[in-house]
Design a protein around this ligand. Structure first.
Ligand SMILES: C[S@@+](CC[C@H](N)C(=O)[O-])C[C@H]1O[C@@H](n2cnc3c(N)ncnc32)[C@H](O)[C@@H]1O
Length: 266
């Protein structure tokens, strides 16, 4: 018999090197890339992908032809087809593209070095004790799109939680994502966003800024306020209390980019 189906051979005692066995071995410590787009982004931005599975290799490669010609060959080399049942048994909930992969989480030391690197050419986004995993993912996607240096969270939320990675569409690998205490934030002037601050339209945000945003529940913590050099407000009618966290980050990064800092679309 030639070319055994890795799906059917998975689980046999002599299949220790098969992709499904590899999945089981790696899953606890790896970053789950859920869906074609997360895998595409992760590969584009240099993630070390250890195993990639699909329930429909033809469909996945058709998507690669259409949307990811730059990494098509890498995706073709990585993706192994398994049955839909096997795929569905490995992920929390099946993705419409029926693609999933496991990647190595970048080292904390490397991320902290990138975040502290000077001179900084693009801001670091700080989320002070965020509570909503979807918001955190959306912010990481924004930071990647605007070419921010990174996203730092304070508090208990893990910015590499699978739901955050899903919300970030695999773009954690395009920026430096870490959790730290307020007292260990990277150096740089802190511009903390708060409706009581100075109107953002009168300010130029410097490239080395830390742009800090408060929690969805209670806003900026006393510790973050104590570290802030400036309080900055987004324009808002008096009767409205606040904007959503991720949309606040979007407006602030856009304001920074409008002064010329962000990468230009090619
Ligand atoms: C949903 S809001 C927090 C609302 C919270 N209930 C509070 O008491 O502040 C999340 C964060 O978005 C930012 N934000 C929202 N609207 C803003 C505005 N108009 N100006 C500046 N920052 C704003 C702030 O950093 C805020 O802490």
């Amino acid at each position: 018999m030639t070319d055994p189906d890795p799906d059917r051979t998975a689980g046999r005692p002599d299949d220790r090197a098969g992709p499904v066995s590899a999945w089981h071995r790696l899953a606890a410590d790896a970053v789950l890339l859920d869906g074609f787009h997360a895998l595409k982004h992760a590969v584009r931005f240099g993630a070390e992908v250890r195993v990639a599975l699909t329930a429909d290799r033809g469909a996945a490669l058709a998507l690669a032809d259409e949307l990811a010609g730059d990494v098509r060959e890498e995706l073709a080399a990585l993706l192994t087809e398994v049955s839909h049942d096997t795929y569905a048994s490995l992920v929390p909930r099946p993705h419409p593209t029926a693609v999933a992969a496991l990647a190595v989480r970048p080292s904390r030391a490397g991320n902290l070095e990138r975040l502290a690197h000077s001179p900084r050419t693009a801001p670091v986004v700080v989320l002070d004790n965020p509570r909503n995993l979807g918001n955190a993912g959306a912010v990481i996607r924004l930071a990647a799109g605007f070419g921010a240096t990174g996203v730092v969270t304070t508090g208990t939320l893990d910015p590499w939680h699978p739901t955050v990675v899903r919300g970030g569409a695999g773009l954690h690998f395009a920026t430096a994502v870490e959790r730290t205490a307020v007292g260990e934030l990277p150096p740089g002037p802190v511009f903390a966003l708060d409706p009581e601050g100075e109107d953002i339209r009168s300010l130029k945000l410097p490239d080395d800024a830390l742009l800090a945003f408060g929690s969805e529940r209670s806003g900026l913590s006393p510790e973050l306020r104590a570290r802030a050099d400036h309080l900055v407000a987004l324009p808002m009618r008096p009767q409205v209390s606040s904007y959503n966290l991720a949309t606040s980050v979007a407006m602030t990064l856009f304001h920074w980019s409008a002064a010329g800092g962000a990468p230009h679309a090619s």
